[in-house]
Design a protein around this ligand. Structure first.
Ligand code: ADP
Ligand code: MG
Length: 366
């Protein structure tokens, strides 16, 4: 069952001329974790605030647990929405102990029940030793867990988190996001977290929604977003990708880097121009004897465990696509992944595509 359903939600701030959130709709199943990703200003926080009830939309509706909480002028007050919120700066009460911070939202429970709930939540978040301390006596990672414990103690139907990892350094961040995912999953709570960092989204979420200028561009599993992005923007957001122009032939594709055998499910017809979409890690270097593509190394970047090569067309006759090159963009550049070795600009590189997707030239442009 869907726990939350957003339908056609839009919000324009009085001072702004554009919609901060523009016709956004999606639903989430119980227990799912959704990451809202997008660059700064794309509308992530506004969407989260609309869901929390801290802003009211100009259009659209929100259904939570089967009840319409926002529609037209109707808007259920934030404190009636059964949602927990973790703010970017944690917003802990500095004058209250950790125990008191966590018990803050439990005013409706009897004293012994509230105590039991605080202890359970504190144990779940590994804060037992800090129960009597004040926020300033804790590290950033611990404060983050207190904020999470405080939001989770009332066992909300929906947990909302705005950039929950942005104040943590890289090493701590990896650890904290795994813990956060584990804790949310243990309680089976549905959660929406906002982040501008796609690694946070990959590490914590079951599904990812990409926002761009207030619009929802794509909502999918991390795997689907990475391997089957519906736009160039989404593809680039999740890592460098290649969009190589090619011409469909009877038995394959002509590209500026050589000929590729036909893809079994290619729906395109002869002489059509298409884009072949692939990521650098979907390429492999080959020996001269194998069927191969070839290009010239223009730039090599050392990345620790591998090298990234920027490769251009050699404008040679070796790859057998010299004629095709004339009708294709022979200034094309692609990125390849190579094991660490001493490449230098001007070297010939022979490679093949292990995997690629065929896209309509028009649909892959923004
Ligand atoms: P994000 O969280 O993705 O960075 P925001 O939701 O904060 O994006 O902002 C979306 C757009 O709305 C931006 O153009 C921003 O400048 C504008 N905006 C955000 N908050 C306000 C506000 N309180 N008043 C006016 N404009 C705002
Ligand atoms: Mg924001």
């Amino acid at each position: 069952m869907a726990i939350i359903i957003l339908d056609n939600l839009s919000k324009k701030y009085r001072s702004g001329d554009k919609y901060a959130v523009d016709s956004v709709g999606f639903s989430l199943e119980k227990g799912e974790i959704l990451a809202l990703v997008g660059e700064s200003g794309s509308g992530k926080t506004t969407l989260l605030r609309l869901i929390a009830g801290l802003e009211h939309p100009d259009k659209g509706s929100i259904v939570l647990g089967g009840n319409t909480i926002v529609n037209g002028n109707k808007s259920l007050r934030p404190n009636k929405r059964n949602m927990g919120m973790v703010f970017q700066d944690y917003a802990l009460f500095p004058h209250l102990t950790i125990y008191e911070n966590v018990s803050f939202g439990l005013k409706g429970l009897k004293k012994d029940e509230a105590h039991k709930r605080v202890i359970e939540t504190i144990e779940l978040t590994g804060l037992e030793e800090n129960i009597k301390k004040y926020p300033h006596q804790l590290s950033g990672g611990q404060q983050q867990r207190v904020a999470l414990a405080r939001a989770l103690a009332p066992r909300p139907e929906l947990l909302l988190m705005d950039e929950p990892f942005s104040n943590l350094d890289t090493i701590l961040r990896d650890q904290v996001r795994e813990e956060v995912r584990q804790i949310i999953k243990t309680l089976g709570i549905t959660a929406i977290l906002v982040t501008h960092d796609t690694r946070d989204a990959f590490a914590t979420a079951d599904k990812i929604a990409v926002m761009w200028h207030g619009k929802l561009l794509q909502l999918d599993t991390p795997n689907a977003l990475y391997n089957n992005p519906n736009s160039t923007y989404v593809a680039e957001l999740f890592g460098k990708s290649n969009n190589l122009e090619a011409i469909v032939e009877d038995d394959g594709f002509n590209t500026p880097f050589g000929f590729i055998e036909r893809h079994p499910n290619c729906p395109f017809t002869n002489k059509e121009k298409v884009n072949l979409f692939f990521r650098a890690e979907e390429t492999a270097l080959c020996e001269a004897e194998e069927p191969q593509l070839c290009g010239m190394v223009e730039k090599c970047i050392y990345l620790g465990d591998h090298m990234q090569l920027r490769v251009c067309c050699r404008r040679c006759t070796e790859c057998g696509s010299a004629d095709a090159c004339k009708s294709l963009d022979s200034s094309a550049r692609i990125l390849l992944k190579s094991p660490v070795k001493s490449w230098k600009p001007g070297d010939t590189v022979r490679f093949k595509l292990k995997n690629f997707k065929i896209k309509d030239v028009n649909s892959s442009q923004e």
